[in-house]
Design a protein around this ligand. Sequence first.
Ligand code: NAP
Length: 309
Amino acid sequence: MKAVRFHEYGDSTALSLDEIPTPEPGAGQVLIKVTATSFNPADALIRAGHLSEMLPLALPHVPGLDVSGTVAAVGPDVTDWAAGTAVAAFLPLNEDGAAAEYVLAQADILAALPDGVDPVDAAALPGVGLTAWQALFEHGELAAGQHILINGGGGAVGGYAVQLAHAAGAEVSATASPRSADRVRAYGADHVIDYTATPVTEAAKGPFDVVVNLAPTSPEDTDALAALTCDNGVFVSATTPPATEPGRGVRVARMGVHADPGQLTELLDRVKSGTLRINVTDRRPLTDLPAVHAEADRGAHSGKAVIVP
Ligand SMILES: NC(=O)c1ccc[n+]([C@@H]2O[C@H](COP(=O)([O-])OP(=O)(O)OC[C@H]3O[C@@H](n4cnc5c(N)ncnc54)[C@H](OP(=O)(O)O)[C@@H]3O)[C@@H](O)[C@H]2O)c1
């Protein structure tokens, strides 16, 4: 099968299109014929070796954390899934990913892909959708009537966070630069803050029960953001944690997204029912993956790209 791999950590030129044997599913595993994967900022960090200490990989490594596809074969003890079923999953960061024609996954991380959800666009959902869900509900414990600030509302995670927070009955303030402001407003943000015109810490009208940070802020800016959280509120950090504890009973949650097929099924059901929208800005062939990484490295990639083998 064809797979994009990096044999050493490095820049985007470390990625090459290789011909490798198609893996066979072992106990508890499913072989998925990949319909699409997506590009996540974490893919570039992993490829560059920035996470190698906390996330040692066996090289060469196939990137691609998200997958949508079709079950091609199941391991000897797998009874829940059968060949031909359409599925989606968020794959483990330290296993070979879905930038390939086939990928192995543990059967217990899969969600069935409902009819009516575009199978290519579905690859844009798992990692970022789960991050948004877990930031809001597992870490932020967001409830109806609360006021949430989503810093990074213009990004892929932010788009789902805004939609989910609005659907949960929260008042939503979200940052978005002019290129994403209309989309974020359409997703249900009550207050949109153009962080390129005024720093969010000046423009945001808090205090906020929950603040979710999805942007690459400096430690100082993160502290200023955490200061917008109300007494006994929650500051959820998916990026830089605060340099100092905010005090006042503010709980700081440093999150790392994890696979959860139940949550992913709920997200897919919402997409099917039209209450959650997937935003894909780019569909690229697998052979373009090194170019997508290069664009991301030089800050020239915005929006969500799905990668089709
Ligand atoms: N900890 C975890 O478990 C976890 C999981 C997933 C992702 N992440 C991290 O979360 C971040 C967002 O991920 P993503 O997939 O949503 O990335 P993305 O789609 O690339 O989002 C980037 C967007 O953030 C906005 N942004 C950039 N700088 C900003 C700033 N200073 N203030 C406010 N908004 C700013 C921009 O939107 P506009 O200019 O269009 O408004 C930009 O398009 C990444 O750093 C990623 O690594 C963490």
